[in-house]
Design a protein around this ligand. Structure first.
Ligand code: NAD
Length: 700
């Protein structure tokens, strides 16, 4: 017996309690404990029925992911056999869901003959979020309980449902307001005394008979655009479809075969990596969990422009009152009006209620007076990207704010160490780099300066959580982590265009890889003028590097992107979908000639490798310079900030999948073509030579 499973006899009913904190995960030991106790109940003639429940706040949150990929130890049961034994048991088994039942937990419950739950319970099959399918009978039993459409919704969508909905669907039998286990024992006794054979989920067929196969085709079509390059969502559909064509034994075997295959795909490995990386990112080696944090009850945002308004919305959404400052009343009014219309849009789309909007708007106030900021706990500055302006503002804030107020900048590229010199509290100065649109994008690059205190770091990492963002701690450096990597790859993409590729060809390759859009479409969205200004800054910083000339030519024509209905693409009739434009092509060809390039063909493979490997090489530099703590942190930045597909695990994990020697070789080639700035990072070189991956690298 194992100590993660407790057993007690209540009269003639055996109660098995899963007690494997914090999530009651179905580890090898837990599965063995359930099986051993259950088999003992079957053998015990004084035992008439069984209850399975969980200790603490969870029933079972799922499998033990840390054991994935490890072989089951000798003598330990597989979950699906455990569940099948329970289903076939002649003695009734009642699942008493005291808390969340996800994945294997839901599957265990569905193998039981009866399922009762406390009101706040949620149940679901989230496996698709980890790149595989339910493997303990979920794809076969859930359709039998809730029908095909709802099973697809739950298994392909992967999102949990609440107890009341689960009862309505048929996934649960009863909600218990009082003593859950007492009710489960009572039920088990009644079922045993009824003399009827226990109700087996696997034997039910009424909800899976006469299903129109078109439903599966429709689902495949529906998910195709969002499931590019993925297998697991389609295999979820295939296995649910199998439940309508096979009996339970064949169906379970088919599910098993598919599950085992999917567990080993790059997709599942990558998504598993992201799952862990997202959790790891909150851990800062020298900032322990018990570091004191400052309570944030009131915030201020300086600048009510594109970013300021969105950042203010994040605070209001989290119930924190926020005051927005702008230089002139007119700018402030326009900024607050934009916030108002953003909320109104959400109300009209049914995303939030009018009440919620009123509540949020009630938390946002505006002022043109810095003196109004005396009592705020944090200030986030989001004014124009100019060092002198920012320093002036920080000096002013230092004067008017209380001594403990944290002063943060949303700068995308400026040196926050320098901004901090304008204050007498450099330990309280940091960066909180939001991504646009700030009310939507999940990423917050939290920037630690050389003087930011541990308390400041802990507070802004905690703030990210409060604002429902993913906070990644980064160091001060040109473009921090994300933009530094982006700018190198974007520039190289522009070089490819100058040398022979076309923007739409590059964009298609990057889109097909899985990004939401390619670099040129993204540039049209963010503004060609913005890219031009960044490029001007880069020229100042790195005058010796080749800089793209095509940006100048495009900028000179006034084609700034979507905002002028023309950039790399043309946008007709206010459409946001750009069309390739002969004008741009002509401009590109002329620029190539001007630069003395004989245009050549680029294969899709060359485009992809050039773009991604230069990004990865920059990531390696970021890592060796200590601007990111772990390679997984860079992956999280790229997933949440730029839409790097989860099923490739982020650029650094993708590099490990490809193998670093191949990447190193390509980067050497690029460096020969473009010069020293594109040279391979020392870290990439040494890991490649040692046959290691970024995952093996721990900074000293
Ligand atoms: P913006 O031009 O849209 O807004 C800037 C606002 O600051 C304007 O409303 C302006 O009136 C106000 N302002 C100027 N001087 C001021 C002062 N002294 N006091 C108070 N308000 C003042 O700029 P933005 O795009 O929101 O960018 C703001 C900051 O965020 C910049 O540092 C930028 O680099 C950074 N950033 C921008 C993006 C983006 O996609 N736009 C993304 C990440 C970070």
């Amino acid at each position: 017996m194992t100590d993660v499973i407790k057993f007690e006899k209540h009269g003639a009913i055996g109660v098995i309690t899963i007690d494997n904190p914090p999530a009651n995960a179905l580890s090898f030991a837990a599965k063995k404990g359930i099986s051993d106790n259950f088999q003992a109940c079957l053998k015990d003639d004084t035992c008439k029925g069984v209850v399975i429940t969980g200790a603490g706040r969870m029933f079972v949150a799922g499998a033990d992911i840390s054991e994935f990929g490890k072989p089951t130890p000798e003598g330990y049961p597989e979950l699906e056999n455990n569940i099948r034994d329970i289903e076939l048991s002649p003695k009734p088994v009642v699942a008493a869901l005291n808390g969340l039942a996800l994945g294997g937990g839901m599957e265990l419950a569905m193998g039981c003959h009866y399922r009762i739950a406390m009101p706040a319970v949620s149940v679901g099959q989230p496996e698709v979020h980890l790149g595989f399918i339910p493997g303990g009978g979920g794809t076969q039993r859930l359709p039998r309980l809730v029908g095909i459409e709802r099973a697809l919704e739950m298994i392909v969508g992967g999102n949990p449902i609440d107890a009341a909905t689960a009862v309505e669907y048929g996934a649960l039998d009863e909600i218990v307001e009082g003593d859950l286990v007492a009710r489960a024992i009572e039920l088990a006794e009644q079922l045993a005394d009824s003399g009827e054979a226990p109700r087996q989920t696997g034997a039910q067929t009424d909800k899976i008979s006469d299903v129109d196969p078109q439903i599966f085709e429709d689902w495949r079509k529906k998910i195709a655009p969002k499931s590019r390059n993925m297998e697991s969502p389609f295999e979820c559909i295939n296995t649910v479809e199998a439940s309508t064509k096979m009996d339970i034994v064949e169906g379970l075997a088919f599910e098993r075969e598919t599950f085992v295959r999917l567990m080993m795909t790059a997709e599942a490995k990558s998504m598993r990596h992201m799952f862990f990386a997202e959790r790891e990112v909150a851990k800062i080696p020298d900032v322990p969990k018990d570091t004191p944090v400052q309570e944030i009850k009131k915030a201020a945002i300086i600048g009510s422009g594109t970013m300021g308004g969105g950042i203010a919305m994040n605070f209001a959404n989290a119930g924190i009152s926020v005051v927005v400052v702008d230089i002139a009343q007119e700018a402030l009014d326009a900024g607050l009006e934009k916030v108002n219309s953003n909320y109104a849009g959400s109300v009209s789309r049914g995303r939030i209620t009018q009440d919620k909007m009123d509540q949020c708007m009630g938390l946002i106030s505006g002022t043109t007076e810095y003196a109004d900021l005396a009592d705020v706990d944090i200030v986030i500055e989001a004014v124009f990207e100019e060092m002198e302006l920012k320093k002036k503002i920080f000096a002013e804030l230092d004067k008017v704010c209380k001594p403990e107020t944290i002063l943060a900048s949303n700068t995308s590229s400026l040196d926050i160490n320098e901004i901090a010199t304008a204050t007498n509290r450099p330990d309280k100065v940091c960066g909180t780099h939001f991504f646009s649109p700030a009310n939507i994008m999940k990423l917050m690059e939290n920037v630690r300066t050389k003087d930011s205190s541990k308390e400041t770091v802990a507070t802004i990492m905690g703030l990210a959580k409060t604002l429902r963002k993913t906070g990644v701690l980064v160091g001060v450096g040109d473009g921090f982590v994300g933009n530094r990597m982006l700018h190198i790859s974007a520039r190289i993409a522009e070089f490819m265009v100058e040398e022979g590729a076309l923007p739409w060809q590059v964009d298609k390759v990057i889109y097909d890889f899985g990004f939401p859009m390619g670099p040129f479409a993204m540039n049209d969205l963010a503004g060609v003028d913005v890219r031009f200004l960044i490029r001007e800054e880069q020229k100042k910083l790195y005058g010796d590097r080749r800089q793209s000339v095509i940006i100048d030519r495009l900028y000179e024509t006034g084609r700034y992107g979507q905002k002028t209905n023309a950039g790399w693409y043309k946008y007709e009739d206010g459409s946001r979908k750009g069309e390739p434009d002969p004008f741009t092509e002509d401009l590109i060809v002329k620029t190539s000639a001007e630069l003395g390039f004989e245009r050549r063909d680029f294969s899709d493979e060359e485009i992809l490798e050039t773009y991604l490997y230069s990004m990865i090489n920059t990531g390696a530099k970021v890592l060796e310079e200590g601007l990111a703590i772990r390679s997984g942190d860079i992956d999280v930045v790229w997933h949440y900030g730029y839409g790097f597909p989860r099923y490739w695990g982020g650029p650094m994990f993708y590099a490990d999948l490809i193998g670093l020697p191949k990447i190193y070789e390509k980067v050497c080639e690029l460096s020969e073509r473009y010069g020293e700035w594109a040279a391979p990072s020392a870290l990439l070189k040494s890991l490649a030579e040692e046959g290691k991956g970024f995952k093996d690298y721990t900074p000293s």
